[in-house]
Design a protein around this ligand. Structure first.
Ligand code: BJ8
Length: 575
């Protein structure tokens, strides 16, 4: 979309509204004045009634503009925009007589209860100018650092084809959610400042880095699954970003194309691609999808129309021949990267990439182990944020920052500084991934005074639990070792999936949790059905268990809160 069109588009509806209201008021005047042409027209001009038509039309056009700006924004922004529109309307056009009445009450009169039409027009222009200013200062920018920084990058984003209108509106939703989730926490580790900055500026500094790298010719790959070996992307000096999306903002756009009753993660991601509203989707050279579930598998066919899409076939069982299938897929992905980047992956480059990823996983393993201390030195919300940032940040810098945070947490444990009192109930969460900015369940659990101490999730231990085994330094052995590392991931797409049940019980014990919440995204059949077996395993192990199914909207928050609070009370009673 051209720059001029992007600037003009939001003004089209207000312009139409202006014309319709102006003409409508003029005709209305003609009817009520009961004069036949051309007398009514002269009167219309002589009594300056056209000023009233103008004021009314301007006020209505502003209302349309304000509502257009607020569309897709947070509740607060919508309410704010509507408030300003109403204020402007009441204090100008039709409100002008009311002002005259008010002024009359305090002794300032105009000889009749209505203001002269030209005063009405001037007042309307003044109030609307204030309204436009307010909308851009408060509603449009949503007072978030993120939106402000996005504005700084507008030129860069335009270059990669981002729809800035959509992008701005979605940022407001995320920014406000972020403030609600993290700002309210007390006594946070100083090391979280880096991750806060990253989250608040996710479309700022990191995005500029990626765009700059792309301009230098480095390949950028978008991933949707932790099965995709990031090591291979690093081995061509490429950049890997996780594109699983956790925001409700693009879902309604996606639902214009996709069926409503599929997983919100898929709808959110597809919505971003469709509306060109995320710089991350716009910057990638290609995305790598996989066949873990039907929703994803079939969405790739549509995604390919928006962004070139490479699909890896993930086996659904873990036999010898399934491992061979995955090895073949890994080799094909390697070839795709080599062709895209024009570089050949050498054993040295791959070995270096494996070391980078193992160090990254090692830092996350360390963080997770620290959370298992009773009481935990870091909240679940903070730990989840770190795990989510792992999918965006430069891996070497990220590892360094996680280790700095862990050093601080070590010290906190020694000094007895904790995220929650020792009697707080400890919850482990297991199930579907929670992509940025999905903090819904953690927010509810920790808002109720408990602390989340482990996530058996792809934004959690499934991402970082296993390192790559040592192998010979030839390419075939290295690719086999890589394949075997990834085949250990216990996604619910596998059948049978005993490994995941064992992993959950082990992590539950290691994390010293008091209860397990199984979290499924709506319509995620694999996790929803597997929850039945996990519930049985928990009953056998006397582990308090609760299964929740939810999406990215806030509609069910109250209901979830009631269920989770009742669960926490039940655990409290059992301890
Ligand atoms: S390894 S969990 S990242 S597929 S998209 S399966 S939530 S219905 S994300 Fe996943 Fe890889 Fe498995 Fe992990 Fe369900 Fe939604 Fe499908 Fe999903």
């Amino acid at each position: 979309m051209s720059r001029a069109w992007q600037a003009v588009r939001p003004l089209l509806l207000p312009l139409l509204v202006f014309i319709v209201v102006f003409v409508g008021h003029m005709l209305f005047y003609k009817i009520v004045s009961q004069n036949s042409s051309p007398i009514w027209w002269r009167l219309y001009v002589l009594t300056q009634t056209y000023m009233i038509s103008f004021s009314l039309a301007l006020a209505f056009a502003f209302g349309a503009y304000a509502l257009g700006k607020a569309r897709g924004q947070s509740g607060k922004a919508v309410a704010g925009s509507a408030g300003v529109a109403l204020l402007v309307w009441f204090t100008s056009a039709c409100g002008a007589p009311l002002i005259a009445v008010g002024l009359g009450l305090v002794g300032v009169g105009f000889g009749s209860e209505a203001l002269p039409p030209w005063v009405t027009a001037v007042l309307t222009i003044c109030f609307i100018s204030f309204g436009v200013y307010w909308l851009h200062r408060k509603g449009g920018a949503c007072a978030t650092a993120c939106a402000a920084k996005a504005g700084e990058n507008a030129g860069l984003f335009r270059e990669i084809g981002v729809d800035l209108d959509k992008f701005g509106a979605q940022q407001c939703v995320t920014g406000e959610l972020y403030e609600r989730t993290f700002a309210a926490q007390q006594n946070r580790p100083a090391g979280m400042a880096y991750f806060d900055e990253m989250a608040g500026d996710i479309y700022g500094a990191r995005m500029r880095e990626i765009i700059a790298a792309k301009k230098e010719g480095r390949v950028v790959v978008g991933n949707f699954c932790v099965f995709v070996p990031e090591e291979l992307t690093l081995a061509v000096d490429g950049i890997s970003v996780g594109l699983c999306a956790g925001s409700q903002a693009p879902v309604s756009d996606a639902e214009k194309v996709l069926p409503r009753n599929i997983c919100p993660l898929v709808k959110s991601a597809y919505g971003y691609a469709l509306t060109k509203s995320s710089p991350y989707f716009q910057v990638v050279d290609f995305v790598c999808g996989e066949t873990t579930c039907d929703a994803k598998k079939k969405t790739w066919e549509l995604m390919d129309r928006e962004i070139p899409t490479h699909v890896m076939e993930i086996p659904q069982m873990k036999r010898e021949r399934d491992r061979d299938l995955w090895l073949a897929e890994v080799k094909e992905f390697k070839a795709k990267l080599e062709q895209q980047s024009g570089k050949t992956i050498t054993p040295e480059a791959l070995s270096k990439a494996v070391a980078v990823m193992d160090a990254k996983r090692g830092s996350l393993q360390r963080l997770n182990a620290l959370r298992h201390h009773r009481p935990s030195p870091i909240s679940g919300r903070d730990a989840l944020l770190v795990e989510q940032i792992a999918f965006y940040d430069d891996p070497v810098r990220f590892t360094e920052k996680v280790n700095v945070l862990c050093d601080e947490l070590d010290k906190r444990v020694q000094d007895g500084v904790f995220a929650a009192p020792s009697q707080s109930r400890r919850i482990m969460i297991s199930g579907s991934p929670m992509a940025l900015p999905n903090w819904k369940v953690h927010n509810i659990v920790e808002g109720a005074g408990a602390v989340v101490v482990n996530e058996e999730s792809c934004v959690g231990t499934r991402y970082f639990s296993q390192n790559v085994a040592q192998s010979d330094e030839d390419m075939d052995s290295m690719l086999l070792a890589l394949t075997e590392r990834y085949m250990q991931i216990n996604c619910a797409c596998f059948t049978p999936n005993e490994g995941r049940i064992e992993q959950i019980i082990r992590e539950y014990r290691d994390s010293r949790a008091d209860g397990l919440i199984h979290y499924s995204l709506q319509f995620c059949h694999t996790y929803l059905i597997e929850a039945v077996r996990i519930k049985e395993a928990c009953a056998k192990e006397s582990i308090p268990f609760l299964a929740v199914e939810t999406d990215y909207s806030t509609e069910d928050t109250g209901q979830l809160q009631t269920r989770i609070e009742a669960f926490l009370e039940q655990i409290g009673g059992q301890r």
